[in-house]
Design a binder for this molecule. Structure first.
Ligand code: AHG
Ligand code: MN
Ligand code: MN
Ligand code: MN
Length: 314
């Protein structure tokens, strides 16, 4: 049953409601998604015209923050804090969880600008968002109520799921998001591989797996941006992205709460799989806000094959 939209809804909100959870007039969830969508318009402007330099500060992960990281973070934080429906916020660029304290129904974690170091060479970047009900942002990814990303590429697109399939919107000339794809599904196996991290630091299992992919003729597609790299696997319905455990980084590089969980949620909603190489990403229980994990994510059979190599060779 399609939820009836309140009067004055925009086309985006009406299209969003086509897939919100059954029989749930959940305006607050729609509100969070719309706030992120609106914030993206200011982030686009920042990317196009903003300062490409360093902010002079670093984040919890020891990364030198770019002015764009800080500005994108501020744009998103402000919108979510003033939305009235968000209780707690966690950002890649915040040192701790931000308690908004207005009794909001949802808590939101986000990577305000993923791949920010790619903007100065004009490659695609993105915003990644995960949404939980309640105040706890250290829940396992299995408990997410929604996840989404915005991809700032040649086109600006928004991909989201609230647990009823994965759907894509594209931004038109009026900067409105219009529905372009519904119920995106991955094939069981694909022919693209997107290998993150330094190959010389791959463990034996990952090395043997990637060689297996190459021998079977898979095409290497890696931009260095998590959002465009995942978006390619999702929209082509084919392939696998990996940022594995490395000899010097047993937990890989990508952050569990605001990078891996939202993408794992979306890919699983599209019929794919997301694994550390040994277990499902969505079953991990974060111990702290800066947890990282290795990831093999994409077509189900391709991820299962990776798990076989990791089980045998480490
Ligand atoms: P962020 O810009 O949010 O810090 O994330 C960058 C991440 C992700 O976009 C990508 O998959 C990964 O860094 C690439 O890492 P390498 O540069 O080590 O390949
Ligand atoms: Mn960063
Ligand atoms: Mn990131
Ligand atoms: Mn980032």
């Amino acid at each position: 049953m399609t939820a009836i939209s309140p009067p004055g809804s925009t086309k985006f909100q009406i299209d969003l409601r086509r897939h919100l959870r059954e029989n749930e007039e959940d305006r607050d969830l729609t509100r969070v998604i719309c706030e992120v969508a609106d914030a993206s318009k200011y982030i686009i402007n920042a990317i196009r015209t903003g300062d490409l330099g360093l902010a002079g500060t670093s984040n919890l992960y020891g990364e030198n923050q770019l002015a764009l990281d800080v500005l994108s973070d501020r744009i998103l934080r402000k919108r979510l804090i003033h939305s009235g429906v968000v209780a707690n916020i966690l950002s890649e660029e915040s040192e701790e969880i931000i308690k908004v304290g207005n009794g909001g129904k949802y808590s939101v974690a986000f990577d305000p600008l993923d791949g920010s170091s790619l903007v100065d060479v004009n490659l695609a970047v993105g915003t990644i968002v995960t949404i939980f009900e309640g105040e706890d942002l250290l829940q396992s990814g299995r408990n997410q109520v929604a996840a989404m990303y915005i991809l700032y590429g040649p086109r600006t697109s928004l991909v989201y799921s609230t647990g009823r399939g994965v759907h894509e919107f594209a931004m038109n000339q009026l900067m409105e998001f219009t529905l372009t794809r519904e119920n995106i599904q991955l094939k069981p196996s694909g022919n693209i591989y997107s290998p993150g991290g330094q190959r010389n630091l791959y463990t034996e299992g990952t090395e043997k797996y990637v060689s297996y992919l190459e021998e079977k003729g898979c095409k290497l597609r890696y931009s260095g941006g998590f959002v465009p790299d995942i978006n390619q696997v999702l929209l082509k319905g084919s392939g696998i992205f990996l940022y594995p455990h490395l000899k010097n980084k047993p937990n890989g590089k990508l952050r569990l709460i605001f990078e891996l969980n939202p993408m794992a949620y979306l890919i699983e909603q599209a019929g794919g799989k997301a694994s550390t190489g040994r277990q499902s990403i969505l079953d991990l229980k974060p111990n702290s806000i800066d947890d990282c994990a290795p990831i093999f994510i994409g077509c189900r059979e391709d991820v299962e094959k990776a798990e076989e190599f990791i089980a045998r060779f480490g």
